[in-house]
Design a protein around this ligand. Structure first.
Ligand SMILES: [Zn+2]
Length: 159
């Protein structure tokens, strides 16, 4: 449940490195509620502000975080949406995010599918890891409700 088809398609076609990720409940400007998975709030902000997060029902890219549970509603302040960065800044944010991911996660290589599954099942402690999967392995993890995210690719070099 919960993955827009286009997103999963992109995810499973991406061969390379993956990360475990967290879920956000989102709502578009036509009040459709949906869930999507992101590595962290910085990734969400970069993608949403670049209009890369679309409502699976109506395609609107005017999307904001919905509240995860009614009990949290009072404590939450509205998100700052005023200072929308320019596309160049989004590219920079993604580049910085990639550097942060590489700096803060341990590369477990081809053992990633096994490790992330063990973490999901509580066999081993949660830890920030990255590693490689095949598209089939990525799809199997998603099918089992284990969310993973492609590590952002290296940006093209400017000439
Ligand atoms: Zn919508």
């Amino acid at each position: 449940m919960g993955y827009p088809a286009s997103y999963v398609d992109r995810l499973i076609r991406h061969e390379g490195s993956y990360l475990p990720m967290i879920r956000y409940a989102l709502r578009c400007d036509r009040n459709h509620d949906f869930d999507m998975w992101f590595a962290d709030s910085a990734t969400y902000d970069a993608l949403a502000q670049g209009s890369h997060v679309a409502c699976p029902e109506c395609g609107s890219t005017v999307v904001e975080k919905a509240l995860m549970a009614p009990g949290l509603a009072k404590a939450q302040k509205p998100q700052q949406m005023s200072n929308t960065p320019a596309p160049r800044d989004i590219a920079k944010m993604i580049t910085e995010y990639r550097a942060k991911v590489l700096a803060e996660t341990t590369d477990v290589g081809r053992r990633f599918p096994e490790k992330v599954r063990d973490m999901h099942e509580g066999v081993i402690d949660q830890a920030p890891i990255r590693g490689q999967t095949t598209p089939d392995e990525a799809k199997a993890l998603l099918d089992d409700g284990i969310a993973i995210l492609p590590v952002p690719p290296e940006p093209p070099k400017e000439n």
